[in-house]
Write a protein that binds this ligand. Sequence first.
Ligand SMILES: Cc1cc2nc3c(=O)[nH]c(=O)nc-3n(C[C@H](O)[C@H](O)[C@H](O)COP(=O)(O)OP(=O)(O)OC[C@H]3O[C@@H](n4cnc5c(N)ncnc54)[C@H](O)[C@@H]3O)c2cc1C
Length: 374
Amino acid sequence: MIPFSKLSFWERSIYTDGIDFTIIGAGIVGMSTALHLRRANPSAKIIILERGYLPTGASTKNAGFTCFGSPTELRDDLSKMDERTVWDTVSMRVEGLRELFSLVDPSHIHYEACGSWDIIREEEESLTPDFLAYLNERLFVISGEKTVYAEDKTKWIDAGFSGVKTTYSNRLEGAIHTGKLIEELHRSCTNEGIHFLFGIEVLSFESFDSCVEIHTPMGTIQSAKLMVCTNAFAKDYLDDIQAARAQVLVTKPIANLSVKGTFHMESGYYYFRNVGNRILFGGGRNLDFSGETSTEFETTQLIQEKLQQYLNELILPNTPVGIDYSWSGIMAVGSEKKPIIQKTNKNIAFGVRMGGMGVAIGASVGKQLSKIFS
Ligand SMILES: Cc1cc2nc3c(=O)[nH]c(=O)nc-3n(C[C@H](O)[C@H](O)[C@H](O)COP(=O)(O)OP(=O)(O)OC[C@H]3O[C@@H](n4cnc5c(N)ncnc54)[C@H](O)[C@@H]3O)c2cc1C
């Protein structure tokens, strides 16, 4: 590959000279940040540096749920965090989804307002009517919508699940096509004159009085400001970021599939949906929390076998099905379930640690990050 020092006058004038904003990471947050920067800075030179030939973190690998809190996830969160933090996080996710749909046209990312269902297995405790009423009260305050959550005693029967006691629906959650979201953000960025350099890994950066020097295997480039949107891969620069790998599988096509919509189980540690006539099923990180702090894009037998077991016993008990795809993506978590949006000096800022919520909050994190130097 040709180092930056050997680029032509033309190439340098477009890509490497006089950069106003450099963003590291072409995930949801990096590209949303770039689009918001463009709105406020119509003539600025904005460059996104991405180490992979595709974005290589979580944004192209997630399940595509537009979710803000299943009842068992919220029950679990309320047992571990203070009440205010839990509802602030839900509010951030609801607001973030509004922001996402103002940044991209929902129809372009195949948004389906299909609702979600939280599954209670036979051996699990049901929710009390009082708890459901409490969830609805809080959601009304946040969203202005009444009766968001309700018990649905028939969904699991219609879907053909086995070993299930009941389900709780959330009528405001839905699903998108994850690949279409990234394609759409990329298209919007290029339409707005935001340039991408794929295959460029940032090795380090140093801030000086009026610029940042960014070191890569292709050489060093200078930028007035730097925004780091590398999520889990920012853990070498900031405290309280831990990588959290998440594994997924997708079945072969299934004739007459009766499973429609998005589903959560076990406090959100398992999740599945239909993608056309296939099932996408992910989760199981709770089986091996420490092993799943890896940043290697691998799948493990322990987790893949558990996913297949649930698939065969609970989701599709009467339909033998093969697996066409399995993969993993790398999320970032920390001691708090909220992102870090932080300026570390006058030229460098971070927008990282999206947890399992980046589809919901990524666009609004990008908006906040884009304003951090103003
Ligand atoms: C399996 C799975 C399922 C999920 N499901 C959902 C869901 O249904 N709903 C939801 O809201 N969220 C979900 N998430 C979480 C969501 O995908 C993430 O929170 C979100 O994608 C994070 O976006 P990001 O832009 O911050 O980071 P990323 O998408 O990880 O982007 C960071 C980018 O930085 C690049 N990078 C890193 N280091 C460097 C470097 N040194 N130089 C150059 N480039 C670098 C990486 O290659 C990467 O492309 C899921 C995640 C996974 C893995």
